[in-house]
Write a protein that binds this ligand. Sequence first.
Ligand code: SAM
Length: 260
Amino acid sequence: MISITSSDNILIPSTKKIAHQWGFIYSSSPTSPFFLQLTPQGLQLVQTTNLQNTNSLPSPIRIDFSSGSVAHRRIFGGGKGQTIAKAVGLNKLPIPIILDATAGMGKDAFIFASLGAKVILMERSPIVAALLNDALNRGLKNEEIAPIIQRMQLLHDDARYMNDTTFSNIRPDIIYLDPMFPHKKKSALVKKEMLAFQQIIGSDSDSDQLLNICQQIAHKRVVVKRPIKAPFLDNTTPSFSMKMKKHRFDIYISNNNKPA
Ligand SMILES: C[S@@+](CC[C@H](N)C(=O)[O-])C[C@H]1O[C@@H](n2cnc3c(N)ncnc32)[C@H](O)[C@@H]1O
């Protein structure tokens, strides 16, 4: 169970509310290697140990859809021409409904929403879901990105247990999966966030179980993001793949979409 604290006395009531909502332990001075902290800038994950053996401690992890690499990609990322957009088939439907069943930091989900899709973000880790929830609430107050954030809905759930009743009247056309892949520690692919996530939520070693359930639910396709050399999810050959330098997208066209 992770602790949560606040950077500022005035934020204590809001911090206790978040603790109650997500099942965290409120502490005025946490000592664990990781803890959550509510600050005037938003909720963040603080690391007190050095996982990358550098001289300084890593900076806290906060999700922010309005700045940094996410904002840069929204403006300069190549729109619907980028490989990820082609992989999910964003051009094929007027307003596709995408379930990002492994939402994580929400970066990919934000790309889909910024290109016009309605996106359901499913995240099973309460820590990551709380960070996402905080970022979405902040994004709604930002004039520039609010119209995008309004197309994003968070579901704190485990995708392995979803069924038809999980989605009231909005069954997804496309399901996108990007489970964590167990990397070697020094791999350049392991970003600061992923390294921290691997420590606190594990390596998604049960992700093979996701493919079959997603194939039953998606109307059109299931898209799986994998490191370029990784085996297929659940050892299942996709309909086709789209390759990038370090990653590939394996695309499974849904049987629900094939002519009988
Ligand atoms: C590699 S991260 C996803 C990164 C994300 N694509 C992004 O752009 O930020 C994988 C995330 O999927 C979540 N996850 C893994 N298996 C899941 C499941 N069965 N249901 C819901 N979330 C899951 C993990 O908790 C983790 O936060």
